[in-house]
Design a protein around this ligand. Structure first.
Ligand SMILES: NC(=O)c1ccc[n+]([C@@H]2O[C@H](COP(=O)([O-])OP(=O)(O)OC[C@H]3O[C@@H](n4cnc5c(N)ncnc54)[C@H](O)[C@@H]3O)[C@@H](O)[C@H]2O)c1
Ligand SMILES: [Zn+2]
Length: 269
C-alpha cells in the first residue's frame, strides 16, 4: 500500500474502440469486485480515451465518485483532461453518451511525452495552435516560429505552450462550463474537421482533421470578409510548418463531407 492507500490497477486496451459501454461495464465490475465504494476515487493514467472513460465511470459509479486526471498524451494534457467533459462512444457515433464531471485535480508530467509517437504528438499540436489562433497571439507566434524546438520536443518550450494552452481552456470552461457560449470558441476548426475525420473513416487523426478544418474555417471567414486573408495565410502556413495536413485529401467526397456537416452534434435547431 502506498501512503496507506490501497490502489487497484485496471488496464483497458488502447485505441478509440475501447471507449465503449462494454469496457465501461467491465471496469465497473472490477470496481465492485475490488470493493470500491463511495469513498473511493479513480485516477485516469493515459491518453484521452482513458481520461474520457474514467471520467464517465466516475460520474456514474455509485452516483458519482471523485477522479483525478494524469494525462500522458499531448492532446490529453492540453485538451481532454481539462474541462470535465466525459464520454463514451456508441456504435452510431463518437461521444454520444457522457456527462460533465470535473476532475479534482489534473497532474501534467512532460516526461510522458518523450515516448509519444510523432503522429499523436502532432495531433496535440493542432489543438495548441487552435488555442493560439482563438485567444493568444503570442502562443500563435510561438508556434509559427518554433519549428526547431518542436522537432526536438524541447521541454522548456513545451512547458510554456502546454501551460498557456491549459490556461486558455481553463479560462473558457470557467466562464462557460456547459458549452453554451464562449466554450464554443474551442470548436474552431472542429465543424468541418469532424465531418472530414468521419468521412476519412478515421484514417485522418483528430488533429489532422482539425488542422484542415481550421484552414477551411479561416478561408470561409476570409471570403465573408470577417478575417483578413493575410491571417488566413498565416494559419495555413503554420499548419504546414507543424507538419500537419493543410488540404482535404484528394480522394475525399465533398457530398460526404456536406452530409456529415448536417448531422453535427453541435448543431442546435
Ligand atoms: N473530454 C474532452 O473534452 C475531450 C477533448 C478532446 C478529445 N477527447 C477524446 O480524447 C480521445 C483522444 O485522446 P488521445 O489523442 O490522447 O488518444 P488515445 O488516448 O487513444 O492515445 C493515443 C495512443 O497513445 C498511446 N499513449 C498514451 N500515452 C502514451 C505515451 N506517453 N507514450 C506512448 N504512447 C502513449 C495510447 O495507448 C494510444 O495508443 C478521443 O476519444 C477524444 O474523443 C476528449
Ligand atoms: Zn479537438
Amino acid at each position: 500500500s502506498v501512503m496507506g492507500l490501497d490502489p487497484e490497477l485496471i488496464e483497458i486496451p488502447s485505441g478509440e474502440a475501447a471507449k465503449s459501454i462494454h469496457t465501461c461495464l467491465e471496469v465497473v465490475e472490477r470496481l465492485i469486485q475490488a470493493g470500491a465504494d463511495r469513498t473511493s476515487a479513480l485516477i485516469a493514467l493515459g491518453g484521452g480515451v482513458v481520461g474520457d472513460i474514467t471520467g464517465f465511470i466516475a460520474s456514474t459509479y455509485m452516483r458519482g465518485i471523485p477522479h483525478i486526471q494524469i494525462p500522458t498524451t499531448l492532446l490529453s494534457q492540453v485538451d481532454s483532461s481539462i474541462g470535465g467533459k466525459t464520454a463514451i462512444d456508441l456504435p452510431t457515433g463518437k461521444n454520444l453518451m457522457g456527462s460533465f464531471h470535473q476532475p479534482k485535480a489534473v497532474f501534467i508530467d512532460l516526461s510522458f511525452l518523450q515516448t509519444l509517437p510523432e503522429r499523436e504528438f502532432k495531433s496535440g499540436l493542432a489543438e495548441i495552435l487552435k488555442c493560439g489562433i482563438i485567444d493568444d497571439p503570442a502562443l500563435f507566434a510561438a508556434l509559427e516560429s518554433g519549428a526547431a524546438e518542436i522537432a526536438r520536443r524541447d521541454v522548456d518550450f513545451l512547458e510554456k505552450i502546454i501551460a498557456r494552452t491549459c490556461q486558455i481552456k481553463k479560462g473558457m470552461v470557467e466562464v462557460d462550463e456547459t458549452d453554451k457560449g464562449m466554450r464554443r470558441y474551442l470548436n474552431f476548426g472542429h465543424t468541418i474537421g469532424h465531418a472530414l475525420e468521419a468521412e476519412s473513416e478515421y484514417r485522418l487523426s483528430h488533429g489532422e482533421s482539425v488542422s484542415v478544418g481550421m484552414i477551411a474555417a479561416a478561408l470561409l471567414s476570409a471570403r465573408l470578409n470577417y478575417l483578413p486573408s493575410s491571417e488566413k495565410e498565416r494559419i495555413a502556413a503554420t499548419v504546414e510548418t507543424l507538419g500537419l495536413p493543410h488540404r482535404v485529401p484528394d480522394n475525399s467526397s465533398t457530398e460526404g463531407i456536406l452530409s456529415r456537416l448536417k448531422v453535427d452534434k453541435k448543431k442546435v435547431r
